[in-house]
Design a protein around this ligand. Structure first.
Ligand SMILES: Nc1ncnc2c1ncn2[C@@H]1O[C@H](COP(=O)(O)OP(=O)(O)O)[C@@H](O)[C@H]1O
Ligand SMILES: CC(=O)N[C@@H](CCC(=O)OP(=O)(O)O)C(=O)O
Length: 291
């Protein structure tokens, strides 16, 4: 408060107290829950948008949620590969990753992108640490397909390490880089990594933040809720295609693996995560098995 500021009046205090007492039961909703948030490269906007995302994650942590952030960074990898003159192509939504490419992928994800998120969260008063699937053998992978080179599928996730961090209210920020049993480095699709970690943690929610408002039906309208059967039918009919396929596949695998519900939502929308968790209408498309 500066010398010129008036202290808040009793009415102001009362009004704030009323708002807080209304908010408290709402925040009980996810107290103690584990929420895995996948922040895709296309959902990472300006510094202001990143700060807003970070504020939401810190608020979640303050009200008792255990957030685990898993990030992508495809566009940032593309930019660095271009600068270095390294060609790369995607097959089935995954980057064909040779020996030169994996070095750039690891450098960009673990170095640039991960630390940008860590710094943003810490600047908002949170305590974040950046790790990759290599740290504490968090994500052991096998090669997905020899044709894709160093692309890995997680086969073992040692999440005790994440639980220990949660015990000290530290927010893990995970880069989707895995390690092989013989010490290889693997590039893991960010959605796949988030789904595998969410399943291993038996997370209450997996939020996949992307650049569309949710999963759209054949009329172009975003569906508020879909069941795994509806997702399978829409994929068969070609209504779900392109970059949405790895997301919905991740959602189905995560639900099979014990995650209670998955939400695909627009990470560029202000307070997307808070709106999803703390409003009755939620945000994006909720995917879960019918109760
Ligand atoms: N049924 C659908 N509903 C919404 N988006 C879809 C659908 N089918 C395909 N898409 C495409 O999937 C894209 C999201 O995937 P992608 O761009 O790879 O996301 P990210 O970079 O966040 O991982 C959307 O921008 C959209 O073009
Ligand atoms: C195997 C594979 O494709 N890995 C991704 C990892 C980053 C990622 O998934 O980033 P987004 O979430 O921003 O798309 C890649 O190399 O681009």
């Amino acid at each position: 408060m500066t010398d010129d500021d008036q202290p808040p009046s009793a009415e102001d205090w009362l009004s704030t107290a009323r708002t807080l007492s209304q908010a408290l039961p709402l925040f009980q909703r996810y107290a103690g829950a584990t929420v895995v948030i996948k922040l895709g490269g296309h959902a990472m906007g300006s510094d202001a948008a990143m700060a807003s995302f970070a504020r939401d994650v810190v608020l979640m942590s303050h009200v008792g949620v255990n957030p685990v952030v898993v990030h992508g960074g495809g566009p940032m990898i593309n930019a660095m590969l271009r600068k270095l003159g390294v060609e790369s192509e995607f097959v089935g939504g995954k980057r064909v990753t040779d020996g030169a490419t994996i070095e750039v992928v690891e450098m960009v994800l673990s170095g640039l992108v991960g630390k940008r998120i860590v710094q943003a969260i810490n600047a908002q008063g949170g305590r974040a640490v950046g790790v990759s699937g290599k740290d504490a053998r968090l994500m052991i992978c096998e090669q997905t397909d020899p044709a894709l080179g160093f692309v890995g599928t997680p086969v073992e996730c040692n999440v005790d390490f994440l639980r220990n961090l949660q015990g000290t209210r530290t927010i893990p920020v995970v880069a989707p880089i895995g390690t092989g049993r013989r010490g290889e480095t693997y590039n893991v699709n960010g959605d796949t990594a988030a789904g595998a970690l969410a399943a291993a943690l038996r997370a209450d929610r997996l939020l996949l933040l992307t650049d569309v408002a949710g999963v759209k039906g054949d009329d172009g309208e975003v569906r508020g809720e879909l069941t795994p059967d509806e997702i399978r039918r829409m994929t068969r009919d070609g209504i779900i295609s392109g970059g949405m396929i790895p997301k919905t596949e991740t959602a189905l695998d995560a639900i099979d693996g014990g995650v209670r519900a998955v939400v695909i939502l627009d990470g560029r929308a202000p307070h997307a995560c808070l709106l999803e968790l703390y409003t009755d209408h939620g945000a994006g498309t909720l995917i879960r098995t019918p109760r």
